[in-house]
Design a protein around this ligand. Sequence first.
Ligand SMILES: [Zn+2]
Length: 314
Amino acid sequence: MRGAPVAILALLVGCVAPSDVDDPLADVSELGVLSFDATGRTPPIDLGEPSEATFLLARSDDDTCFALEPSLFAARGAALDAVGAAPSRYQRIRCSTGTPLREPLADALEVSVLERDQVTAGRLPVRFVVTERSALRGDSAAQQAMLEALRSELAEAGIAPELTAVVEVEGAPTETRFSDLETDELDALLALAPAPAPGTVDVVFAGCLRRVGPTGLSSAVLGFTGRVGGGGGGTADAVFLPGIRCGAIGADLAPVDVERTAHVLAHELGHFLGLAHTDGGDDIMHTNPLLEGAHGFTSEQARRMRLHPFVRSR
Ligand SMILES: [Zn+2]
Protein backbone atom coordinates (compact mmCIF):
# COMPACT_ATOMS: atom_id res chain seq x y z
CA MET A 1 0.00 0.00 0.00
CA ARG A 2 1.29 3.44 -0.96
CA GLY A 3 0.51 6.82 0.44
CA ALA A 4 1.16 8.54 3.69
CA PRO A 5 3.42 6.47 5.86
CA VAL A 6 1.92 5.11 8.98
CA ALA A 7 3.83 6.58 11.86
CA ILE A 8 4.40 4.37 14.81
CA LEU A 9 5.00 6.55 17.79
CA ALA A 10 7.25 5.80 20.63
CA LEU A 11 4.75 7.01 23.09
CA LEU A 12 3.32 3.93 23.63
CA VAL A 13 1.77 0.81 24.03
CA GLY A 14 3.13 0.01 27.41
CA CYS A 15 6.13 -1.10 29.28
CA VAL A 16 7.04 -4.69 29.40
CA ALA A 17 8.14 -6.60 32.35
CA PRO A 18 9.13 -5.30 35.69
CA SER A 19 12.45 -3.57 35.44
CA ASP A 20 15.10 -6.22 35.76
CA VAL A 21 18.47 -4.71 36.47
CA ASP A 22 20.25 -7.88 35.46
CA ASP A 23 18.74 -8.04 31.99
CA PRO A 24 19.57 -4.94 29.97
CA LEU A 25 16.94 -5.86 27.39
CA ALA A 26 14.11 -6.35 29.88
CA ASP A 27 13.23 -2.71 30.37
CA VAL A 28 11.93 -1.90 26.93
CA SER A 29 8.77 -0.22 25.64
CA GLU A 30 6.81 -2.20 23.10
CA LEU A 31 6.10 -0.41 19.85
CA GLY A 32 3.96 -3.13 18.37
CA VAL A 33 3.98 -5.92 15.83
CA LEU A 34 4.86 -4.89 12.28
CA SER A 35 4.15 -6.50 8.93
CA PHE A 36 6.29 -6.38 5.80
CA ASP A 37 4.41 -5.02 2.77
CA ALA A 38 4.67 -6.17 -0.86
CA THR A 39 8.02 -4.38 -1.16
CA GLY A 40 9.27 -6.28 1.88
CA ARG A 41 9.31 -3.15 4.06
CA THR A 42 7.58 -2.19 7.28
CA PRO A 43 5.96 1.22 7.77
CA PRO A 44 8.43 3.88 8.91
CA ILE A 45 9.08 4.01 12.61
CA ASP A 46 8.87 7.58 13.81
CA LEU A 47 10.53 7.92 17.17
CA GLY A 48 10.12 11.67 17.29
CA GLU A 49 13.55 12.94 18.16
CA PRO A 50 15.54 9.89 19.09
CA SER A 51 18.70 10.48 21.06
CA GLU A 52 21.85 8.74 19.94
CA ALA A 53 21.23 6.40 22.83
CA THR A 54 17.92 5.13 21.46
CA PHE A 55 17.92 1.49 20.41
CA LEU A 56 15.37 -0.59 18.57
CA LEU A 57 14.97 -4.25 19.39
CA ALA A 58 13.17 -6.33 16.76
CA ARG A 59 12.28 -9.98 17.15
CA SER A 60 11.05 -12.39 14.49
CA ASP A 61 11.07 -16.13 14.08
CA ASP A 62 14.43 -17.68 13.20
CA ASP A 63 13.50 -18.13 9.55
CA THR A 64 13.07 -14.41 8.98
CA CYS A 65 15.97 -12.16 7.99
CA PHE A 66 15.72 -8.39 7.96
CA ALA A 67 17.66 -5.18 8.42
CA LEU A 68 16.95 -1.72 9.75
CA GLU A 69 17.24 0.96 7.08
CA PRO A 70 19.42 2.83 6.42
CA SER A 71 22.21 0.90 8.16
CA LEU A 72 21.17 -2.44 6.64
CA PHE A 73 23.12 -4.62 9.01
CA ALA A 74 21.27 -7.85 8.28
CA ALA A 75 19.90 -9.95 11.12
CA ARG A 76 18.20 -13.27 11.56
CA GLY A 77 15.68 -13.85 14.35
CA ALA A 78 16.37 -10.66 16.26
CA ALA A 79 18.24 -7.39 15.96
CA LEU A 80 19.36 -4.67 18.29
CA ASP A 81 20.23 -1.42 16.52
CA ALA A 82 21.13 2.09 17.50
CA VAL A 83 18.68 4.40 15.76
CA GLY A 84 19.97 7.20 13.58
CA ALA A 85 18.36 10.62 13.47
CA ALA A 86 16.27 9.73 10.41
CA PRO A 87 13.05 7.75 10.70
CA SER A 88 13.79 4.10 10.11
CA ARG A 89 12.00 1.11 8.75
CA TYR A 90 12.84 -2.55 8.39
CA GLN A 91 13.54 -4.28 5.10
CA ARG A 92 13.07 -7.99 4.64
CA ILE A 93 16.23 -9.79 3.54
CA ARG A 94 16.70 -13.10 1.77
CA CYS A 95 18.59 -15.26 4.29
CA SER A 96 20.46 -17.21 1.60
CA THR A 97 21.89 -14.21 -0.22
CA GLY A 98 21.59 -11.24 2.13
CA THR A 99 19.78 -9.26 -0.57
CA PRO A 100 16.42 -7.49 -0.17
CA LEU A 101 13.39 -9.80 -0.31
CA ARG A 102 10.44 -7.90 -1.76
CA GLU A 103 7.65 -10.09 -0.43
CA PRO A 104 4.98 -9.42 2.18
CA LEU A 105 4.86 -11.13 5.54
CA ALA A 106 2.17 -10.33 8.08
CA ASP A 107 2.80 -9.71 11.77
CA ALA A 108 6.44 -10.67 11.42
CA LEU A 109 8.35 -8.31 13.68
CA GLU A 110 7.84 -7.50 17.33
CA VAL A 111 9.52 -4.14 17.85
CA SER A 112 10.48 -2.43 21.09
CA VAL A 113 12.43 0.67 21.95
CA LEU A 114 15.13 1.00 24.56
CA GLU A 115 16.69 4.18 25.91
CA ARG A 116 20.24 3.95 27.12
CA ASP A 117 22.11 6.06 29.61
CA GLN A 118 25.48 7.38 28.58
CA VAL A 119 28.20 5.30 30.17
CA THR A 120 31.62 6.86 30.57
CA ALA A 121 33.26 3.88 32.24
CA GLY A 122 31.70 0.53 31.50
CA ARG A 123 32.04 -3.16 32.19
CA LEU A 124 31.15 -5.86 29.73
CA PRO A 125 30.19 -9.33 30.96
CA VAL A 126 31.75 -12.02 28.76
CA ARG A 127 31.65 -15.80 29.01
CA PHE A 128 34.24 -18.07 27.43
CA VAL A 129 32.82 -21.21 25.82
CA VAL A 130 35.84 -23.43 25.24
CA THR A 131 35.52 -26.47 22.99
CA GLU A 132 37.91 -29.41 22.77
CA ARG A 133 39.10 -27.85 19.49
CA SER A 134 40.90 -25.04 21.29
CA ALA A 135 44.25 -25.22 23.09
CA LEU A 136 42.71 -22.93 25.72
CA ARG A 137 40.78 -25.90 27.03
CA GLY A 138 41.83 -26.95 30.50
CA ASP A 139 44.42 -24.17 30.65
CA SER A 140 43.06 -21.69 33.15
CA ALA A 141 46.32 -19.71 33.14
CA ALA A 142 45.97 -19.11 29.39
CA GLN A 143 42.28 -18.25 29.83
CA GLN A 144 43.17 -15.64 32.44
CA ALA A 145 45.98 -14.33 30.25
CA MET A 146 43.44 -13.96 27.43
CA LEU A 147 41.18 -11.93 29.71
CA GLU A 148 44.07 -9.69 30.78
CA ALA A 149 45.17 -9.12 27.18
CA LEU A 150 41.59 -8.28 26.23
CA ARG A 151 41.40 -5.92 29.18
CA SER A 152 44.33 -3.91 27.88
CA GLU A 153 42.88 -3.88 24.33
CA LEU A 154 39.63 -2.35 25.62
CA ALA A 155 41.01 -0.13 28.40
CA GLU A 156 41.37 2.98 26.28
CA ALA A 157 37.78 2.60 25.10
CA GLY A 158 36.60 2.78 28.72
CA ILE A 159 35.33 -0.79 28.77
CA ALA A 160 36.44 -3.43 31.27
CA PRO A 161 35.65 -7.01 30.26
CA GLU A 162 34.36 -9.10 33.14
CA LEU A 163 34.73 -12.86 32.79
CA THR A 164 31.55 -14.23 34.33
CA ALA A 165 32.17 -17.90 33.53
CA VAL A 166 34.25 -20.35 31.55
CA VAL A 167 32.26 -23.27 30.17
CA GLU A 168 34.20 -26.18 28.72
CA VAL A 169 32.00 -28.08 26.28
CA GLU A 170 32.32 -31.26 24.24
CA GLY A 171 31.06 -32.30 20.85
CA ALA A 172 32.45 -29.49 18.72
CA PRO A 173 33.32 -30.43 15.14
CA THR A 174 36.79 -29.91 13.66
CA GLU A 175 35.31 -27.52 11.11
CA THR A 176 32.31 -25.19 11.22
CA ARG A 177 30.93 -23.66 8.01
CA PHE A 178 28.51 -20.79 7.80
CA SER A 179 27.57 -17.70 5.86
CA ASP A 180 26.55 -14.41 7.40
CA LEU A 181 22.88 -15.40 7.70
CA GLU A 182 23.04 -19.20 7.37
CA THR A 183 24.32 -20.01 10.81
CA ASP A 184 23.00 -23.46 11.73
CA GLU A 185 26.45 -24.85 12.48
CA LEU A 186 27.35 -21.86 14.66
CA ASP A 187 24.05 -22.24 16.51
CA ALA A 188 24.86 -25.91 17.06
CA LEU A 189 28.17 -24.88 18.67
CA LEU A 190 26.38 -22.43 20.96
CA ALA A 191 23.85 -25.10 21.89
CA LEU A 192 26.67 -27.14 23.46
CA ALA A 193 26.63 -24.69 26.38
CA PRO A 194 23.74 -23.68 28.63
CA ALA A 195 22.24 -20.26 27.87
CA PRO A 196 24.38 -17.43 29.25
CA ALA A 197 23.15 -14.90 31.78
CA PRO A 198 21.20 -12.10 30.07
CA GLY A 199 23.34 -9.36 28.58
CA THR A 200 26.49 -11.49 28.44
CA VAL A 201 28.63 -11.86 25.33
CA ASP A 202 29.57 -15.45 24.58
CA VAL A 203 33.05 -15.93 23.15
CA VAL A 204 33.25 -19.38 21.57
CA PHE A 205 36.68 -20.92 21.04
CA ALA A 206 35.79 -23.29 18.23
CA GLY A 207 37.61 -25.41 15.65
CA CYS A 208 38.38 -24.27 12.12
CA LEU A 209 35.90 -21.59 11.04
CA ARG A 210 35.01 -21.30 7.37
CA ARG A 211 32.85 -18.48 6.11
CA VAL A 212 31.07 -19.20 2.86
CA GLY A 213 30.88 -16.09 0.69
CA PRO A 214 28.18 -15.05 -1.80
CA THR A 215 29.87 -17.00 -4.61
CA GLY A 216 29.83 -20.21 -2.59
CA LEU A 217 33.58 -20.22 -2.03
CA SER A 218 34.67 -20.53 1.56
CA SER A 219 37.64 -19.11 3.38
CA ALA A 220 39.08 -19.59 6.85
CA VAL A 221 38.48 -16.65 9.16
CA LEU A 222 40.41 -15.27 12.14
CA GLY A 223 37.17 -14.58 13.96
CA PHE A 224 33.48 -14.11 13.32
CA THR A 225 30.68 -12.17 14.98
CA GLY A 226 27.14 -13.40 14.46
CA ARG A 227 25.88 -9.93 13.81
CA VAL A 228 27.93 -6.92 12.76
CA GLY A 229 26.15 -3.77 13.80
CA GLY A 230 25.08 -4.97 17.21
CA GLY A 231 24.68 -8.34 18.85
CA GLY A 232 22.08 -9.07 21.47
CA GLY A 233 19.60 -11.53 20.04
CA GLY A 234 19.02 -13.57 16.97
CA THR A 235 20.92 -16.55 15.72
CA ALA A 236 24.66 -17.12 16.25
CA ASP A 237 24.54 -14.42 18.90
CA ALA A 238 28.18 -14.60 19.93
CA VAL A 239 31.78 -14.07 18.91
CA PHE A 240 33.55 -17.10 17.45
CA LEU A 241 37.30 -17.65 17.32
CA PRO A 242 39.09 -20.61 15.68
CA GLY A 243 41.23 -23.09 17.62
CA ILE A 244 42.42 -25.18 14.69
CA ARG A 245 44.23 -24.16 11.54
CA CYS A 246 41.91 -25.01 8.68
CA GLY A 247 43.49 -27.62 6.44
CA ALA A 248 46.27 -28.51 8.88
CA ILE A 249 47.21 -32.17 8.66
CA GLY A 250 45.46 -34.06 11.43
CA ALA A 251 43.67 -30.83 12.34
CA ASP A 252 46.09 -30.04 15.13
CA LEU A 253 45.13 -27.49 17.72
CA ALA A 254 46.77 -24.18 17.03
CA PRO A 255 48.94 -23.05 19.91
CA VAL A 256 47.29 -20.05 21.51
CA ASP A 257 48.95 -16.76 20.73
CA VAL A 258 47.24 -14.86 23.51
CA GLU A 259 48.10 -11.32 22.37
CA ARG A 260 47.09 -11.93 18.77
CA THR A 261 43.88 -13.74 19.70
CA ALA A 262 42.88 -11.04 22.18
CA HIS A 263 43.50 -8.41 19.51
CA VAL A 264 41.17 -10.20 17.08
CA LEU A 265 38.66 -10.71 19.89
CA ALA A 266 38.65 -6.96 20.64
CA HIS A 267 37.92 -6.31 16.94
CA GLU A 268 35.05 -8.83 16.99
CA LEU A 269 33.65 -7.32 20.19
CA GLY A 270 33.71 -3.99 18.34
CA HIS A 271 31.35 -5.57 15.78
CA PHE A 272 29.18 -7.05 18.55
CA LEU A 273 28.92 -3.64 20.21
CA GLY A 274 27.82 -1.94 17.00
CA LEU A 275 30.87 -1.08 14.88
CA ALA A 276 31.33 -1.72 11.17
CA HIS A 277 34.72 -1.88 9.46
CA THR A 278 36.54 1.37 8.83
CA ASP A 279 37.72 2.09 5.33
CA GLY A 280 41.47 2.37 5.32
CA GLY A 281 41.56 3.60 8.89
CA ASP A 282 44.44 2.99 11.25
CA ASP A 283 42.28 1.66 14.06
CA ILE A 284 41.45 -1.87 15.13
CA MET A 285 38.23 -1.92 13.07
CA HIS A 286 40.26 -2.18 9.88
CA THR A 287 39.09 -5.14 7.73
CA ASN A 288 42.29 -6.89 8.76
CA PRO A 289 42.96 -6.14 12.43
CA LEU A 290 46.32 -7.92 12.22
CA LEU A 291 47.77 -5.31 9.88
CA GLU A 292 50.49 -3.21 11.36
CA GLY A 293 48.89 0.01 12.58
CA ALA A 294 45.42 -1.50 13.07
CA HIS A 295 45.36 -0.72 16.77
CA GLY A 296 43.06 0.98 19.22
CA PHE A 297 39.57 2.39 18.92
CA THR A 298 38.84 5.99 17.97
CA SER A 299 37.04 8.04 20.62
CA GLU A 300 33.90 7.95 18.46
CA GLN A 301 34.09 4.15 18.18
CA ALA A 302 34.60 3.90 21.94
CA ARG A 303 31.60 6.10 22.62
CA ARG A 304 29.42 4.06 20.25
CA MET A 305 30.47 0.82 21.93
CA ARG A 306 29.70 2.14 25.40
CA LEU A 307 26.15 2.91 24.29
CA HIS A 308 25.45 -0.79 23.70
CA PRO A 309 23.01 -2.10 26.32
CA PHE A 310 25.37 -4.93 27.32
CA VAL A 311 27.93 -2.37 28.55
CA ARG A 312 26.95 -1.63 32.16
CA SER A 313 28.04 1.31 34.19
CA ARG A 314 30.79 0.63 36.70
ZN1 LIG B 1 35.71 -7.48 11.14
